[in-house]
Ligand binder design. Structure first.
Ligand SMILES: Nc1ncnc2c1ncn2[C@@H]1O[C@H](COP(=O)(O)OP(=O)(O)OP(=O)(O)O)[C@@H](O)[C@H]1O
Ligand SMILES: [Mg+2]
Length: 302
């Protein structure tokens, strides 16, 4: 399968005074699972809604294989999307829900039962969706996105409400869909939830891109953090800026540098004649890195 890439270019969206998405650019490659991460209100759902043509961008573009969603020949056979709060008709059974949507997606009736089996809802096929738990709704939403066998999948917080077994199941499913060559974009506000699922990661905060790389590069960042204390704060800031290290202020006058190891910092400080009172390497969990990345821009935009 040769799936199209998703391209977000200088995308912005304002709701009155709120700049929900702010000059955002990133690419989602086929054959990989891309995690779209950011805290609540970061602009993830707004971005996905623009990609699906549900709302118009204030500026910039969001395209699939170079085309806007509205210009796709067969949108439901190209893109399967499950946004948050999918509204299912509560009186309909799970099977009927899929059967009703099947013709639009060009799928035969039999696809409904196949998909219910795939998402673990076979036994609930004849139950009304109104009585479904959050996790069951997520599974049904996922089944609906797969109806048209689309090469592109957009899933907004699909792990919400899933139990640990469900999260593992979702991981295996998304990995196998990407292994078939599909383009898979999955949003989450919890890195730990998708850490074992994604190949690439795009982190946004307050509508802006704060990080985009293969997951492995974020892991490398997690392993390199250095705590520094110095009486010459301005000197440290200048050094960090010259070297391109990101610097976070600690509460006790210390500073934390990331993306660099202690030896490099020590050497650079020595060369610059910068007095250091403390220099220590610190490990950080990936979640720490995520929190720091998203916190830095919050500070910067306030
Ligand atoms: N229709 C709207 N009208 C006004 N403001 C909106 C609208 N939709 C989104 N926003 C605002 O845009 C910002 C981004 O919201 P969005 O739903 O895209 O965030 P999110 O990253 O999906 O968050 P969450 O993790 O909570 O789902 C928020 O400040 C939100 O209040
Ligand atoms: Mg959202």
């Amino acid at each position: 399968m040769t799936a199209p890439a998703i391209e977000i270019r200088h995308l912005s969206k304002s709701f009155g005074p709120v700049r929900a998405v702010d000059d955002l650019s990133f690419t989602v490659a086929p054959g990989r699972v891309t995690g779209f991460l950011g805290p609540n209100g970061a602009g993830k759902t707004t971005t996905l809604r623009m990609l699906l043509g549900l709302i118009a961008p204030t500026s910039g573009t969001a395209t699939i294989g170079g085309r806007r969603y509205a210009d796709l020949d067969r949108p439901l056979r190209t893109v399967g999307a499950a946004l948050e709060a999918a509204d299912f008709h509560p009186g309909r059974t799970a099977r009927d829900h899929l059967r009703v949507s099947a013709p639009k997606a060009g799928a035969p009736d039999s696809r409904a039962d196949e998909l219910l089996e795939l998402v673990g809802l076979r036994e609930a096929a004849n139950r009304r969706v109104g009585g479904f738990s959050l996790g069951m709704r997520q599974r049904l939403g996922l089944a609906a996105t797969l109806l048209g066998d689309p090469p592109v999948l957009l899933l907004d917080e699909p792990a919400n409400g899933l139990d640990p077994e469900g999260i593992r199941w979702l991981r295996d499913l998304l990995r196998s869909l990407a292994a078939e060559g599909r383009t898979v974009l999955v949003s989450s506000h919890v890195l730990a939830e998708v850490q074992q699922t994604v190949d690439d990661i795009v982190v946004i905060s307050r509508g802006r891109l704060v990080h985009s790389s293969p997951l492995s590069e974020l892991v490398a960042l997690a392993e390199h953090r250095v705590r520094v204390t110095t009486p010459d704060r301005a000197g440290l800031l200048a050094l960090a800026e010259r070297a391109g290290w990101s610097l976070t202020a600690g509460p006790d006058g210390s500073a934390e540098l990331s993306g660099v190891d202690a030896a490099t910092v020590g050497h650079a400080a020595f060369t610059a004649g910068l007095e250091l009172h403390e220099l220590s390497a610190r490990g950080a969990s990936l979640e720490d890195v995520f929190l720091r990345l998203t916190a830095v821009t919050e500070g910067a935009t306030r």
